[in-house]
Design a protein around this ligand. Structure first.
Ligand code: XMP
Length: 511
């Protein structure tokens, strides 16, 4: 299906490239990102219905500026150049690009004229501008179809040749109706029909993975989280029993979660699954450790040791499957600032496992697309929509040292919290919510008895990116019910508090 109707996104090192691909997918058109220097024959071979040039940080006049084969403009295939892409189109076709004194950045009203690209738009539209160079003269045959107060040529077209350029970024949310511009390009200019669906992604991926892996063997570390689960099921559909999943249960998962994971993968999907019950081993290593970063380090390292030991029993495998998704790629690509928390993900790359190649089937997808893929694959909704859960698990939700008793207290309290939230249907609304076992004991009274027991803190946040978050305004009645159930049903807890701190200044987890 993808060859029937695909659009090529030519990558000039823009930071929003995947976002462009995603927008195209949202319009039900298959897209593929290729490097800017892809040979023209290869592009022709793919018979694209359209080509999109991405933005990029270079100036067209720089010696090492990324450039594509100029013959691309003679193929008769519609092209949309975004930002740098528009400048490159201009430069290659004989127009003029100049350097502005100062960078134009921000959401800017763009005056627009009639164009197939702007069908359904008013005369002005707010668009995200982010550039220093600008087009000062369009190439012969082009007309100007957009300007801003700072930028005389913010959009241009050559309708006969189906070449379009826009200085702003339609792929980001800051551009109002940005997706409509992409849609107009796809449907009005490229004549796409929009038949591609997420199910096509699943079918295409299975086919490609099958071709790539053949009858060789692959290994996957399953954490019970959404990404590794979707990657594993996708691989399983492609290569069946040649995939082995290793599920290292460190004993720090939520109540019953280890069994749920095992049940889904072993019984529902009939996947080759090795579950390693390593709780004792992890708890022994963690005994007496109170420092959060040290906990993370121990768990991360121990996870890899256990995984390696199991992998060694299988022998050499050809492929190691990773559930990397696109936001992980951006994060590692752009690097992080100061380390607030090391965020050691269980499922990180083991150093000493013998494998030849890594397979990352979800590398181009955003989280919601991974979820859609999961549903397509028949993974149960409660796993697909599972809230994020840190690799080190409950270890970083028990403040101070970790013992089996404390783990059980926390698991029970957390299960009550989750159950009550789900009962009132708030589970899809709150982005992350959990109980924390504080290291604080306080005096209480139960019946006629004095108690001296633990305090449970409830934490719930609303966020889209988890970089910043606000505490959730959970109804008092619900908080009351949860609190009363926890103190009544969970032994050794006599007090429940609700965390009303946003991030920043707090973080989502307590450790
Ligand atoms: P913080 O606490 O930094 O959390 O505001 C942001 C998001 O990251 C998760 N988190 C982790 N995830 N390993 C993980 O895989 C970790 O060590 C870790 N620490 C925090 C946290 O649950 C939240 O979703």
């Amino acid at each position: 299906m993808k060859n029937d109707e695909s659009v090529i996104i030519l990558d000039f090192y823009g930071q929003y490239n995947q976002l462009i691909a995603r927008r195209v997918r949202e319009c039900n058109v298959y897209s593929e990102i290729l490097p800017f220097n892809t040979p023209i024959d290869k592009i022709i071979e793919k018979k694209p219905k359209g080509i999109i040039f991405t933005g990029g940080p270079a100036s067209v006049y720089a010696d090492d500026a990324p450039k594509c084969d100029p013959k691309i403009f003679d193929l008769g295939i519609p092209i949309l150049g975004i930002c740098y892409g528009m400048q490159l189109m201009t430069y290659t076709l004989g127009g003029t690009v100049l350097r502005a004194e100062k960078r134009e950045y921000g959401e800017t009203p763009v005056n627009i004229s009639t164009s197939p690209l702007f069908e359904g738009f008013e005369n002005t539209n707010i668009c995200l501008m982010s550039h220093t160079d600008f087009v000062s003269q369009v190439p012969v045959g082009f007309e100007v179809i957009g300007n801003t107060s700072n930028c005389p040529i913010a959009a241009m077209q050559n309708v006969d040749k189906k070449l379009y350029g826009i200085q702003f970024h339609p792929e980001v949310n800051n551009t109002v109706k940005g997706t409509q511009i992409i849609k107009n390009f796809l449907f009005n200019v490229c004549n796409c029909t929009g038949t591609w669906k997420m199910s096509s992604f699943v079918q295409d991926s299975i086919k490609t993975l099958r071709e790539r892996i053949g009858d060789k063997k692959a290994l996957c570390a399953l954490s019970g989280g959404v990404d590794s689960s979707v990657a594993a099921v996708l691989l399983h559909k492609a290569i069946g029993k040649n995939l082995t999943c290793i599920f290292v249960d460190h004993g720090l998962l939520r109540k019953n979660e280890g069994d749920e994971v095992e049940n889904i993968f072993r019984n529902q999907f009939d996947i080759n699954l090795i579950r390693v019950n390593a709780k004792d081993r992890f708890l022994a290593k963690l005994a007496g450790v109170t420092e959060p970063e040290k906990k993370r380090k121990i768990i991360g390292e121990e996870f890899i040791r256990v995984f390696e030991e199991e992998a060694k029993k299988i022998g050499t495998v050809d492929y190691l499957v990773q559930g990397t998704i696109y936001p992980d790629v951006i994060e590692s690509g752009l690097g992080k600032g100061a380390t607030i928390k090391s965020h050691h993900n269980v499922g990180g790359l083991p150093d000493y496992v013998d494998f030849k190649e890594i397979v990352e089937p979800l590398r181009d997808l955003f989280k919601d697309e991974v979820r859609k893929t999961g549903l397509e694959l028949g993974i149960p909704e409660n796993l697909v929509f599972r809230q994020p859960f840190p690799g080190p698990g409950l270890a970083i939700r028990i403040i101070g040292d970790i013992t089996d008793d404390k783990l059980n207290i926390l698991k029970d309290a957390d299960a009550i919290f989750r159950e009550e939230v789900a009962n009132v249907g708030l589970d899809k609304e709150l982005n992350q919510y959990f109980a924390v076992l504080t290291n604080l004991k306080s005096v209480g009274v139960m019946g006629d008895e004095r108690t001296y027991d633990y305090t449970i803190a409830l934490r719930s946040v609303t966020t889209s990116d988890f970089m910043t978050a606000t505490w959730s305004r959970i109804p008092y009645d619900l908080l009351e019910k949860i609190s009363s159930r926890i103190v009544n049903e969970v032994k050794h807890v006599n007090r429940v508090v609700y965390d009303i701190t946003s991030k920043p200044p707090a973080t989502i987890e307590w450790e």
